[in-house]
Design a protein around this ligand. Sequence first.
Ligand code: NAI
Length: 282
Amino acid sequence: MQDLHNKIALVTGAASGIGRAIALRLAEEGMHLYLVDIDSSQLAEVVSEARRAGVISVGRQCDVGNLEQINTVVEYGLTRWGKFDLLVNNAGITYFGQTDEMSAEHCEKLLAINLHAPMHITRLLLPTLLSQPEAHILNVASFYGLIGTRRLAAYTASKFGLVGFGESLRAEYARTGLGVTTLCPGFVDTKLFATAPRSESRPFSKQPPAWMLTSPEKIADRAIRGILRNDALVVTQSYAKLAYFAKRFFPGVIDFANHLSRKRFGKQTIPPPTEEERRNAA
Ligand code: NAI
């Protein structure tokens, strides 16, 4: 998209962190906003903040992990606004810890919010987006959508999925006025990790180290640039770029590092067949 002024955006997860920062930057650019989040009180604050920029800003509470709620909110949005020019799929949650300790419920919820919701909202908005001379979809993935790592397996799976979804959409609609950008930030100073469920057995730190963190506002600036330039993939922060480079060109190095100080077990004995097993085999 070349011009955001007077256009209409739907932003999910707009009540805090990266979603909030993107919404406020879009308001500065003169975009009208339909903001969606599960947290209605925080959302109301962002809606008011955006209005101070002189744009029309409307908020709706929605659990994007629930397909019925997605349908209702999108339907209301299309009736209320008549069209959308930009969709920002941003809402997300994580789980931090041993995968063998993650509950089935949290795994399902994480995939519903991080991966299924963007797919459903996109599916529902594509007709209006494609009917505009220019429109855009911004998917907020993560550098964990490019590199697998320990203790974030479900999150990583959801973000790899989102990266693939964006890449496919971009190929499918390349000959239309629809642009698609996948944003892959490194660590950002938000409440994502602090509010995430964690495994019980090992006390992992609540927040990534300070030197690795950047502000949501910096990510929002880069996101807006990505939309205006129709960048396919935006990886932010130098360590994230370096890790992605290493993964692409020297995949063995990261795998080797992950296997350093591997636990060794003594030789295990396999029990011989019992009398009953011997008889059954005959
Ligand atoms: P955040 O926790 O500050 O913001 C997430 C927002 O999503 C919150 O407002 C929350 O209420 C909303 N949300 C959560 N579940 C929802 C649901 N079921 N329905 C509707 N809204 C829901 O976290 P942050 O960091 O701003 O996360 C935004 C996106 O950025 C996520 O997709 C996350 O995976 C991604 N990201 C975050 C990074 C970080 O280090 N914080 C790094 C890379 C990507």
